[in-house]
Design a protein around this ligand. Sequence first.
Ligand SMILES: Nc1nc2c(ncn2[C@@H]2O[C@H](COP(=O)(O)OP(=O)(O)OP(=O)(O)O)[C@@H](O)[C@H]2O)c(=O)[nH]1
Ligand SMILES: [Mg+2]
Length: 287
Amino acid sequence: MRSGFVAVAGRPNVGKSTLVNALCGGKVAIVSDKPQTTRQRIFGIANGDDYQLVLADLPGFQRPRDALTERMQHTVDRAFEDVDVVLFVLSARERIGAGDRFIAQRVYSLGVPVVIALNKVDRLKPGHIAQQMQAAANLGPFHALHPVSAKTGDGIAELREELVGLLPEGPLYFPQEQRTDLTLEMQIAELIREKALGLTRDEVPHAISVEIEELDEKVLRAHLLVETDSQKQILVGKAGAMVKDIGTRARPEIEALIDRRPVFLELMVKVRPRWRRDEAALERMGL
Ligand SMILES: Nc1nc2c(ncn2[C@@H]2O[C@H](COP(=O)(O)OP(=O)(O)OP(=O)(O)O)[C@@H](O)[C@H]2O)c(=O)[nH]1
Ligand SMILES: [Mg+2]
């Protein structure tokens, strides 16, 4: 049995969570086209007959702007403390530049193998991919470099095999049927947040948090938290249209999580001023 932990590092929005989902063969982490979607460390577990690969999906590297982003960066730093491998994710669609070099300095000094996933190669010309592979290679002494598309699944099986090959012999850290360390409530809160992120833009997505107030056999009550009244108005929408849309989009995935039980879903939008700067609130929210 091979088993171990892989930290997934990279700039915001390069596709770390999409990649973790692809490697695990199912949805573990939420995804959006807005940067800073992932706020906590989430384990995605890929199980095989003779391996258990635990991927730590992480927030993107960033310069902290408030207590929330400071905590997110701290989460990233802590996640490197005890890993067997780093999976360094780059986007082939963007210029590989200073942000990536900053992360490279960090991951190449950890003393563990660094595997690069050059993501988003779908629909790119081979010449462009080759150029980006060269730029990625120049970042440091990588162990292996895999051009992949987390979206189409291209190169994912090979990448998974590479990572498994780097794991030491070890025990099962989680039961083999388990795919994530998030509780059911956290998974549901994240799903709702994902749908809200997909429907909002500019500053609004960053101000949204979701709390589950009640979850039992029949009822799911959740609060969508924002920081200001105008954000609340946006999230509620005309005659409640936006919050209703969020519920409609989240429901099928929520019901799949709770064994296809139909559930009465009550979503309420609330204002919690400056929650991103409020250490006590962040602590309570588990961020
Ligand atoms: N074309 C293409 N888009 C991708 C691919 N992988 C991810 N994306 C898109 O990139 C965006 C960001 O994806 P995420 O997985 O949320 O990125 P992330 O690195 O986890 O982002 P943060 O959590 O914010 O740091 C989403 O719109 C994804 O659909 C890919 O292989 N190809
Ligand atoms: Mg993410």
